[in-house]
Design a protein around this ligand. Structure first.
Ligand SMILES: NC(=O)c1ccc[n+]([C@@H]2O[C@H](COP(=O)([O-])OP(=O)(O)OC[C@H]3O[C@@H](n4cnc5c(N)ncnc54)[C@H](O)[C@@H]3O)[C@@H](O)[C@H]2O)c1
Length: 250
């Protein structure tokens, strides 16, 4: 059976893509630890999945807080016996003080640090918590959420773009470090993913993407049978990073 006896941890899993990923893992027979920063949203997501017949266990983990990450991951390992799959999905892109685009020279230092603390350092911290157990078992699948902002850049979000470029490169380096332990490390870079399906002329496919379309790429990389794929980034973006849409053939 696909994913027989596998245990997955998903961070930021009360949000859109994380929730869809937990749902798809649950439907595929994976034991799922659904984690997010707020207790209320963890509880709501767990019971929403339960109402669909999917059993997951919820944990409150703030990826910016080392103590929260260390104790949360150690609790998950003790509850499930191991962690096979880690999906570093927790991420934010908007600044709290200014909505929308913000030029580099106006981004407050505190906001700059917050974007890095969640997106880049959170991924580092959670990999550090999961890797020793994966090395011990000689098996692991890590999938980190990048972004098309980290591939081709997003004006007005220099911090987010740099943090996500960091996630993509960090994934490649950890892939090189841990290939010998049977651990693969890859990233998935979404773009234009929205809950409401809509036409979107910014993508070559002419529409927004949906959370389950990103989850499908995450599950592919997390599969036992994807063990010869490591250090790659898969954009799930309707072709957005291919270049300007105006270059289309008439
Ligand atoms: N939606 C898109 O189009 C898109 C595009 C590119 C990249 N991404 C990336 O995909 C991932 C998921 O995005 P989404 O659209 O589902 O976003 P979302 O806002 O729906 O979910 C993000 C989740 O991260 C959680 N989170 C925030 N701070 C946290 C912390 N300190 N500790 C733990 N969890 C925390 C939030 O509570 C939220 O549940 C993110 O990394 C995002 O950057 C999304």
């Amino acid at each position: 059976m696909l994913f027989a006896d596998r245990v997955a941890v998903v961070t930021g899993a009360a949000g859109y893509i994380g929730y869809e990923t937990c749902k798809m893992f649950g439907e595929s027979g994976v034991s799922v630890a659904l984690t997010d920063v707020a207790e209320s949203s963890v509880e709501a997501s767990v019971s929403s999945l339960e109402s669909l017949g999917i059993t997951v266990r919820g944990y409150v983990i703030d990826v910016t807080d080392r103590e929260s990450v260390v104790s949360g991951f150690s609790q998950i390992e003790s509850d499930f016996g191991k962690i096979d799959i880690l999906v570093n999905n927790a991420g934010v892109w908007e600044h709290r003080d200014v909505r929308g685009q913000q030029a580099m020279e106006t981004v407050a230092e505190e906001e700059w640090r917050r974007i890095f603390a969640i997106n880049l350092e959170g991924t580092y911290r959670c990999m550090q918590a999961a890797l020793p157990g994966m090395v011990k078992h000689g098996y692991g699948r890590i999938v980190n959420l990048g972004s098309i902002a980290g591939v081709s850049g997003l004006p007005g979000y220099a911090d987010y773009s740099a943090a996500k470029a960091g996630v993509i490169m960090m994934s490649k380096v950890v892939a090189m470090e841990h290939a010998k332990h049977g651990i693969t490390v890859n990233s998935v870079s979404p773009g234009m993913i929205h809950r409401t399906p809509a036409a979107n002329s910014g993508t070559w496919l002419g529409r927004n993407g949906q959370g389950d379309e990103v989850a499908r790429a995450i599950l592919f990389l997390a599969d036992d049978d994807s063990g010869y794929i490591t250090g790659v980034d898969i954009p799930v973006d309707g072709g957005r990073v291919l270049g300007p849409h105006g270059a289309s053939m008439k």
